[in-house]
Ligand binder design. Structure first.
Ligand code: 13P
Length: 280
């Protein structure tokens, strides 16, 4: 099967309900994520951040994502996450990403609109969907620092942003942060609901790791349609390898091979938990 756009994939997810978007950084992540979606029989979004691409290059990651989308027995959307670089987004579109995120949220509102509109114009002309961010989501996308200030999204401005940019999905800032939380996250369900009534596009919850099940479910009931998870997969993967090597107490070529399967299974188990969490 070919990779679907975000709206095409979400058409297959009943309301209220969300598709999980899993960040991958390796082939083994991808194998674990797709296996989880197949076992749970759900459409899945696989995504990679600009920073995660930097290690190997976008061509490599696109090839892994395209192979996964072709082989998967469930619908797949291949999404470029948190991209700030216009040239990289264009490259991603050429390489087969079916959906892209332009994250110009660090810019002033007018500049965010301009940068987002520029991506939407090109992406839509070739049938690729676009997600954008309004307000600032805390934490850091590619590690577990959980630092940085938050700026919550204003519902009126969100409505205006959608009209001015034509994006297909909006990532608002509603109290979550990327990475592991340092305290109890105060997710603003009221704000999600207020944005959802003004915005007729899917809302995306970033910073999905380390959130209690009930918080995730309430966020989805309030209007979230795409639920992003990265850090928890990294931790599950790393823990599984530590446990395995601690128990064998040695390293060898066969242990290295076994470790790959261990890692894939750990990612799969964690991804299945997140998928089940989204059943409201
Ligand atoms: P976490 O790493 O906190 O799960 O966040 C993932 C994310 O929002 C990617 O955009």
């Amino acid at each position: 099967m070919y990779a679907l756009t975000l709206p095409q994939l979400l058409e297959q997810v009943k309301r209220p309900g969300a598709a999980v978007a899993f960040n991958f950084i390796s082939l083994d992540d991808m194998l674990g994520i797709v296996k989880a979606a197949e076992v749970e029989s759900v459409p899945v979004i696989i995504q990679v951040t600009q920073a995660a691409l930097a290690h190997v290059g976008i061509d490599y990651m696109a090839a892994v994502g395209m192979a996964a989308a072709r082989r998967a027995r469930v619908p797949v959307c291949l999404h470029l996450d948190h991209a700030t670089d216009f040239a990289l987004i264009m490259q991603g579109i050429k390489l087969g990403f079916s959906s892209v995120m332009i994250d110009a949220s660090a810019l002033a509102y007018e500049e965010n609109v301009k940068a987002t509109r520029r991506v939407v114009d090109v992406a839509h002309s070739v049938g690729v969907s676009v997600e954008a961010e309004l307000g600032r989501i805390g934490g850091r996308e590619d590690n577990a620092m959980g630092d940085g200030p938050d700026w919550l999204t204003d519902p009126d401005q969100a409505e205006q942003f959608i009209a001015e940019t034509g994006v297909d999905a909006l990532a608002p800032s509603v109290g979550t942060a990327h990475g592991i939380y340092t305290g109890t996250p105060a997710v603003r369900f009221d704000l999600i609901r207020a944005i959802a009534v003004r915005v007729d596009k899917p809302l995306v919850l970033h910073g999905g790791s380390d959130l209690p099940d009930e918080v995730v479910r309430e966020a989805i009931r309030s209007g979230i349609r795409k639920f992003n998870v990265g850090t928890d997969l990294r931790i599950a993967h790393a823990r599984s390898l530590k446990k395995m090597f601690d128990s064998v107490g040695d390293v060898s070529a066969s242990h290295a091979l076994a470790a790959r399967q261990t890692g894939i299974e750990a990612v799969c188990e964690e991804a299945r938990k997140k998928i089940r969490m989204c059943r409201v």
